[in-house]
Design a protein around this ligand. Structure first.
Ligand SMILES: [Zn+2]
Ligand SMILES: [Zn+2]
Length: 128
């Protein structure tokens, strides 16, 4: 299935960067002029990503992206404890942050991946 292509504020800065590409396979929680929040395809937890290719947005942009991430994580995890992880392991040169619940590392293989059904709305898990 080809991922749906929706509005983005500008074309990818870096054609070879997967975060710039912003392919829509998993659930997308939110989108703004500054970035987007979707389930990470590796970790299966919400991840906020800046539209721009670069490691360090302004503090104001970071605050707003983390606010979108917080809303997504509260919706996803409810009362379960979670924390923001700003370590950028796989793509160190493009700002992103994960919201990780306790035990995400052990759970990541057994969790069904969500699938893209449009931005916001219900989070639908893919068929096994
Ligand atoms: Zn991840
Ligand atoms: Zn990038």
């Amino acid at each position: 299935m080809t991922p749906a292509v929706g509005p983005r504020p500008f074309p990818p800065d870096e054609p070879d960067c997967e975060l710039c590409a912003a392919a829509r396979f998993t659930h997308w929680y939110a989108i703004s002029d500054e970035g987007w929040v979707a389930d990470c395809e590796v970790c299966s937890v919400p991840m906020a990503v800046w539209w721009r290719h670069g490691p360090e947005p302004s503090d104001e942009v970071i605050d707003r992206l983390l606010a979108l991430l917080t809303a997504a994580a509260n919706q996803r995890f409810g009362a379960t404890a979670w924390a923001v992880d700003r370590e950028m392991r796989q793509v160190p040169d493009h700002f992103h942050a994960h919201a990780r619940d306790n035990g995400w590392w052990e759970k990541r293989w057994s969790r069904p991946m969500s699938r893209y059904t449009g931005v916001g709305g219900d989070r639908i898990e893919a068929e096994p």
